[in-house]
Structure formats: structure tokens, C-alpha cells
Ligand binder design. Structure first.
Ligand code: PEP
Ligand code: MG
Length: 537
């Protein structure tokens, strides 16, 4: 058995034979043409045919993956209609007297290189699209059919890269998983794979001799197992069965509202730590993201993430969530989350030390960078921002002053942003006790029960020896939640829970009765909790 590692684009298990997809030979010959006008007409006709094909693909994709998943084919049509692209092709034919195929291929390469060199990740990803449309036009010019999986039994499709049009054209019932050598998690193929519910890995260094071999795609660990032994196969078959059971439940509850029989609604959102978690948020049909632990962006790096790096991440999350709420928590470093480059001094009591908002207010330049990135990204969706470890009204006022300064700066620079909702995490007993006053300053509360329990019960949440004492159902904590919810409602704002307790299904009913407006949980808990709520009177 051989194992190849890869990056997970969409989770899941697939077991089956590998089909290595070989690109049609597209080495384009160049030749001299006499009748330049006729050659330009060939391009025009091929373009028209390509637009027709794309329209058909769009209609097919709308049926299969919905409008947002199909949008790429509209983008392709628009790209083909782009004057710059078409004129470049005509110019080349006119000035160099070359054949249409060659002019389209060269223009495709040039535009693709231009997109690849751009800083904007979204524009970078368009390089594959422009290649895709050029290849389509060339295929038409050459009188060739579209690429397809040539197999009767469902297979694991392995390729260098997959263009979105190739992905959607494949007969879904014949594809168990996608595995590619190249590609990015932001590419439309990746997005389509997620929407199609097909496990997908990228960055897998496969070889063509793997064609036809039995394999397992482990979209949880991120690996491709080739020629697995019987024991491994058995293990994965059992995992697959479990996954199918989960999916069946998932299917049943997807798209259904999270409300009790009497119509009491609950916002059921997901917690994420990075961009790649968004796939699971969508797969589990969360109503939004209730906690994006932004510090993971800092934890994954060796130096401070720049404004641009952060902007790209927040923007992509907002875009992928397509208008659904995305609550981004500002940096919560310190305590158990230490980062070398912050050069933090040793502390006797880090959980009660220099952490979270305390760092942001002491080193406002770090805070400002993050706020600029967040506000800039706000125009790409529905972003809210929340601040961790609040203990006083004066902290909130200081934060709001900084936010206003950053907004003024952006305005002056002519950079667009939206008026984002601002909330705070309630994770200290102090914040609970003054929640009536805090509620007048913010748009929402999100209760961080992990820290709230730690500070209320005076139990280090990291200390495994104290697990028996860490009573997450302690009345003190539950009464605090009630107090926070009541004070929020008195001020006309909403209150949710984003700590682990929110996913405690033995408490779901109680939370609904308490009037909690939102629960933000790990994506896999969304549907089981939706089920409980929908079964409630
Ligand atoms: C919490 O404290 O409950 C919380 C959600 O934040 P974190 O677990 O990241 O400290
Ligand atoms: Mg916390």
C-alpha cells in the first residue's frame, strides 16, 4: 500500500478505482493564413458556439449545484465577451497572419499569465478560467468534443488540474472523488466539489501508472491510499458507512428552518478557525458563522499577518458565505494560544494575564491592521465583528473610538466599507454582572462559556487534572447565561452562545427556553441540534 499526502478541499471518504484524466493533446500548431478575414470569422463562430455551450452548462449546473455554484459559467460567458480578450485574438491574426487556434492559445496564455501575476487571490484564480475558455474555443475550432470520464463504474478522478467546466460536465454518478496535483482551495472547481458533496484533495503528487488501481481518498486526514490492504479497506468501509448515515440525516434536515413546532426560531451558526472550515459550514447548512477565531491566522504564521493577507481571508470567507452572517472575533492571543513573534513575557497566570483585547488596546497598531482588513472585507458579504475578554464599559468605548478612527482613515483613502455590527464576547463574570450597561454599547452579545466557566468556577480549563471539577452545567454559569440574555433583550439586542456549551445537546431545550437567540457550534453539530429544536414544542 502506498500513501500520498494532499490538502483537503472537501472532506469525506471515497473507495474505488483511480481514473487518471489525461488532457487531450492540445499542442497547437502555428501556420500562416492568407485570408485574415475568414480566420477572424472562424474565431467569431467558435466563440458563439462556446457561449451556447456555456449557457447549456450554466443551466445544467443550476439544476445540480444551484445558482451560486453555476455562476462560474456566467463569468466564462462574460470573459468571452470581453473586448480586450477578443481584440487581442483578432490583432494577432491580423498582424501576424496566424491561424485562429494559435491566436486563441497565445492570447489565453498571455491573459492567464497576467492574472497569475496579480496580488488579489480572486484575480489569481481567474488564470485557470481564462485558460478554460481558451481551451473550449480551441476544441471547437479543432472540431473536438468535450473531455469526459471514460468509465462505466464510478471512479476517483485524478488529474493535474480540473477546469470548472470539466468538473461540472462529468457525470456525477461516475465520480467518487477529485484528486489533483495543482489547483487552489479557492478555485471554482474546489467550490463546486464542495457544493457537489464530493471529497476532494489537491497537491497530490500522483503518477500516471496509478491509473486503474484500487485506492482510498481520506478526505479527513488528507491522503490518497493506493492498493490498500484488506484490513485498511475494511476500516474505511466502516467509516464510509458511518459517513453515509450522517449524510442521510444531513440531507433530511438541510434547508429546513431551525425552529420549534410552535415557531420559535433559533439562529444556528458555526464556529471556524480558518478558511478551510468554511466547506464544512456550508455542507452542514449553518445559518452563518458565529465565531471565526481569527487568532488562528496569527498562529499559523511566523510573523504578523499583513493587512492584505487578512483581508483576503476575511473576504473569501464572506464571499463563500454568500451574504450569510460572518462574525469575526478579533485577535484572542495569549493564555493557551501563544505566538513566539509576539515576544510575550513569561507570566505566572497567563489565563488571567496579558491576552486578547488587552493586547489589542495596548498595541493598537496590531488591532488597527486587523480592523482595516475586516472593514475592507465587509463589502463582500455580511461581516460582524466581536471583541473577546471584555470586562468594562470603558474598554468597549475605547474599542469603538479606535474603530471610528480606522473608519475615518479608510474613508479618507476612498476605501469602501460597510457599517458592521459590533458585539462583545461575554466570557468574564465581570461582563455578566455589568451586562445591562454593556448592552447599551453594542449590537450583540456572544457568551464564551469556555472561559466564562473557567473564571466563574476558578478552574483552569487547560488542567486535565481538574476535569472532574469543571462542571459545565454548574448553576452559576447557567444563571449567568440567563442574566446576560435578559439584559440583552431589555436593551433590544440579541444574545448567543459560542462556547462549547452551546453544542451540549442535553441543554439545547433549556437554551431555547431561556430565550437564547443564537447557538454557534462546530459545523458537525448543526444538524443534530437543528433536529432537537425542530422536535421541541
Ligand atoms: C470561549 O471562551 O467560550 C470561547 C468561545 O473562546 P475560546 O474558546 O476561543 O477562548
Ligand atoms: Mg474565550
Amino acid at each position: 500500500m502506498k500513501m500520498l499526502e494532499g490538502k483537503v478541499v472537501f472532506s469525506g471518504i471515497a473507495i474505488g478505482k483511480i481514473s487518471v484524466l489525461k488532457k487531450a493533446d492540445q499542442s497547437i500548431r502555428r501556420w500562416k493564413v492568407e485570408d485574415v478575414e475568414a480566420e477572424k470569422q472562424r474565431v467569431k463562430a467558435a466563440k458563439r458556439r462556446a457561449v451556447e455551450q456555456l449557457q447549456k452548462l450554466y443551466e445544467k449546473a443550476v439544476q445540480e449545484v444551484g445558482e451560486s455554484g453555476a455562476a462560474i459559467f456566467e463569468v466564462h460567458q462574460m470573459m468571452l465577451d470581453d473586448d480586450g480578450y477578443m481584440e487581442s485574438i483578432y490583432n494577432m491574426i491580423e498582424t501576424e497572419n496566424v491561424n485562429a487556434e494559435y491566436a486563441v492559445a497565445s492570447t489565453g496564455d498571455n491573459f492567464s499569465a497576467m492574472f497569475s501575476a496579480m496580488d488579489d487571490e480572486y484575480m489569481k484564480a481567474r488564470a485557470a478560467d481564462v485558460k478554460d475558455i481558451s481551451e473550449r474555443v480551441i476544441r471547437i475550432l479543432m472540431g473536438k468534443d468535450d473531455n469526459d470520464v471514460e468509465s462505466d463504474e464510478p471512479v476517483i478522478v485524478v488529474a493535474d488540474d480540473l477546469a470548472p467546466s470539466e468538473t461540472v460536465q462529468m457525470d456525477k454518478s461516475k465520480v467518487l472523488a477529485f484528486v489533483t496535483k495543482f489547483g487552489s482551495s479557492n478555485s471554482h472547481t474546489a467550490i463546486l466539489a464542495r457544493t457537489m458533496n464530493i471529497p476532494a484533495l489537491i497537491n497530490v503528487d500522483y503518477t500516471e501508472d496509478m491509473d486503474g488501481k484500487m485506492a482510498i481518498v481520506d478526505g479527513k486526514k488528507g491522503c490518497l491510499l493506493i492498493d490498500p490492504d484488506e484490513e485498511t479497506l475494511e476500516k474505511y468501509r466502516a467509516e464510509k458507512e458511518e459517513e453515509l448515515k450522517q449524510r442521510a440525516m444531513l440531507k433530511e434536515l438541510k434547508g429546513k428552518p431551525t425552529e420549534t413546532k410552535s415557531g420559535r426560531k433559533m439562529n444556528l451558526y458555526a464556529n471556524i478557525g480558518n478558511l478551510s472550515d468554511v466547506a464544512s459550514v456550508l455542507q452542514n447548512d449553518a445559518g452563518g458563522i458565529g465565531l471565526f477565531r481569527s487568532e488562528f491566522i496569527y498562529l499559523e504564521k511566523d510573523t504578523f499577518p499583513t493587512e492584505e493577507e487578512q483581508f483576503q481571508i476575511y473576504k473569501t470567507v464572506a464571499q463563500n458565505m454568500a451574504g450569510k452572517k460572518v462574525i469575526i472575533r478579533t485577535l484572542d492571543i495569549g493564555a493557551d494560544k501563544q505566538v513566539d513573534y509576539f515576544n510575550m513575557e513569561h507570566e505566572e497566570n497567563p489565563a488571567m494575564g496579558y491576552r486578547a483585547i488587552r493586547i489589542c488596546l495596548t498595541q493598537p497598531e496590531i488591532f488597527r491592521t486587523q480592523l482595516r482588513a475586516l472593514l475592507r472585507a465587509s463589502v463582500y458579504g455580511t461581516i460582524s465583528v466581536m471583541y473577546p475578554m471584555i470586562i468594562s464599559v470603558s474598554e468597549v468605548k475605547k474599542i469603538k473610538e479606535i474603530v471610528d478612527q480606522v473608519k475615518a482613515e479608510l474613508k479618507e483613502e476612498g476605501i469602501p466599507f460597510k457599517d458592521v455590527e459590533q458585539g462583545i464576547m461575554i466570557e468574564t463574570p465581570a461582563a455578566v454582572m455589568i451586562s445591562e450597561e454593556l448592552a447599551k454599547e453594542v449590537d450583540f452579545f456572544s457568551i464564551g462559556t469556555n472561559d466564562l466557566t473557567q473564571y466563574t468556577l476558578a478552574i483552569d480549563r487547560q488542567n486535565a487534572k481538574l476535569d472532574d471539577f469543571y462542571d459545565s452545567h454548574h448553576e452559576a454559569v447557567l444563571r449567568m447565561i440567563q442574566m446576560v440574555v435578559d439584559n440583552a433583550h431589555k436593551a433590544g439586542i440579541w444574545a448567543g452562545i459560542c462556547g462549547e456549551l452551546g453544542a451540549d445537546m442535553t441543554l439545547t431545550k433549556r437554551f431555547v427556553e431561556m430565550g437564547v437567540d443564537e447557538l454557534s457550534v462546530s459545523p458537525t453539530f448543526i444538524l443534530p441540534i437543528r433536529k432537537i429544536i425542530r422536535e421541541m414544542e
